[in-house]
Design a protein around this ligand. Structure first.
Ligand SMILES: NC(=O)c1ccc[n+]([C@@H]2O[C@H](COP(=O)([O-])OP(=O)(O)OC[C@H]3O[C@@H](n4cnc5c(N)ncnc54)[C@H](O)[C@@H]3O)[C@@H](O)[C@H]2O)c1
Length: 251
């Protein structure tokens, strides 16, 4: 039987990189899709050379096709973890005028369209796998708790992540007959490079909103949930909040 391969988008930093480390420990081959060659090389080195980096953008059809081909070259593409995504904050009307339509489209494009682009191309490749323990593959997407309690200034980001959560069930329904599961994780606060843009006092203030544990999550805690999702065939068509009980206030 060919070895299981995992394709991880945004796999060169933050939640994606931690997931790559955890899945490597679990014996999977890895293909990382990311935009920065430099970060890609660093990630492959960190993974002891046991990963293939494919430079590219999740929104670009040809880039994702190359990443899927690279995965299939390594073995059977059984896992996809979509971590590529970007944050954005702007009020719908501010002193500088209305929210930029271009910015709104770009956020939807990166977070929602990019995720769907990867899902459709990867699932098509997974459909050719021999079933193992009744499954051909598992796709894990990353939304955000902003999909449900988006804050002031998060219209674009929350809409993009609500789209990821919203398509989870229909994707699982479409792909169920092919023995492929689709699950989404909606993280709360996780300490990754994306969070580094916030000043320390703001980070501490946000941590104080988490009922328990009163802190930012570690990327390895996200990775641990991804691994559980892969191992538990009853989890399907669902968006799982991973947030220490946090419900975001308006601001
Ligand atoms: N860290 C958090 O607190 C948190 C909370 C909720 C949701 N998330 C989501 O988790 C995911 C991972 O974020 P992270 O915290 O690890 O941040 P990160 O910035 O470390 O990782 C995101 C990665 O996605 C890549 N990326 C962005 N747009 C891309 C594109 N179009 N094509 C290919 N790669 C692209 C970035 O270059 C980066 O490497 C994101 O989708 C983010 O929205 C993070």
């Amino acid at each position: 039987m060919s070895r299981a391969v995992a394709l991880i988008t945004g796999g060169t930093s933050g939640l994606g990189l931690a997931t790559a480390q955890r899945l490597r420990e679990d014996g999977m081959r890895l293909v990382l899709l990311g935009r920065s060659r430099e970060r890609g090389e660093e990630a492959v080195a960190l993974l002891g050379g046991e990963a293939v980096f494919v430079p590219g953008d999740v929104v670009v059809e040809g880039d994702v096709e190359r990443a899927v081909e690279a995965a299939v070259d390594q073995g059977a593409l059984r896992t996809v973890v979509n971590c590529a995504g970007r944050a954005h904050a702007a009020r719908v009307v501010s002193r500088s005028g209305p929210h930029s339509l271009k910015d709104f489209m770009e956020v939807i494009e990166a977070n929602l369209l990019g995720t769907f682009n990867v899902v459709r191309l990867a699932a098509d490749a997974m459909a050719a796998n021999e079933p193992v323990s009744g499954e051909r593959g598992v796709i894990v997407n990353t939304a955000s708790i902003a999909a449900f309690d988006g804050q002031t200034g998060q219209a674009a980001y929350a809409a993009s992540k609500a789209g990821v959560a919203g398509m989870t069930l229909p994707l699982a329904r479409d792909l169920g007959p092919l023995l492929i599961r689709v699950v989404t994780v909606a993280p709360g606060l996780f300490d990754t490079p994306a969070a580094d843009v916030l000043p320390a006092d703001k980070k501490a203030e946000l941590a104080g909103l988490v009922p328990h544990p009163r802190r930012w999550g570690g990327a390895e805690e996200f990775a641990e949930l991804v691994l559980h999702i892969l191992r538990n065939p009853m989890i399907n068509g669902e968006t799982i909040r991973l947030d220490g009980g946090l419900r975001l206030p308006a601001r």
